[in-house]
Design a protein. Sequence first.
Length: 186
Amino acid sequence: MDDSKIVDLYLSRNESAISHTAQKYGSKLRRIANNILNNQQSAEEYENDTYLETWNRIPPHEPRSYLFAFLGKITRHRAIDECRKKSSQKRYPLFCELTQEMQECIPSKKDVVSELEVKELSRIIDAFLETCSEDQRNVFVRRYWFFDTISEICKRYGYSQSKVKVTLFRMREGLRIQLEREGYTI
């Protein structure tokens, strides 16, 4: 079913919207959560939590042209929040590894004090990604948005591990430089 029609079902408060969403995007949402949590059962729970939160957010939101991104963001944020709660116990090493990688080029929340600054930071990152090749963007997004492992990225795109690692390193360095040019101190 078309995303716009699924959103119409949510807007009309038709419960079949959830089953259509699950049919179309369920496996992708579970994969996002599982990549972060490394626990299939928890991933399924977060998938279901995503449907409930989506139900509560539509309306007022109407993500007709970006439904998967809308759903993925909810799943991702819920799973990351869970990781943050348990990170002191080091249960999620991939999350800790990715957080450490990105801390090298993105300022911490303590440096970003207002929502306006958060939007500006997001704009800068988006502009930086627009200057990158499609291959670079794909690798970056797979790693830092979908939490894919290096080996999963290699398999998906047919790259060597060294190519993926070097690409990510250079992109983080480029992003750090861009952020410093824009006045962010790292």
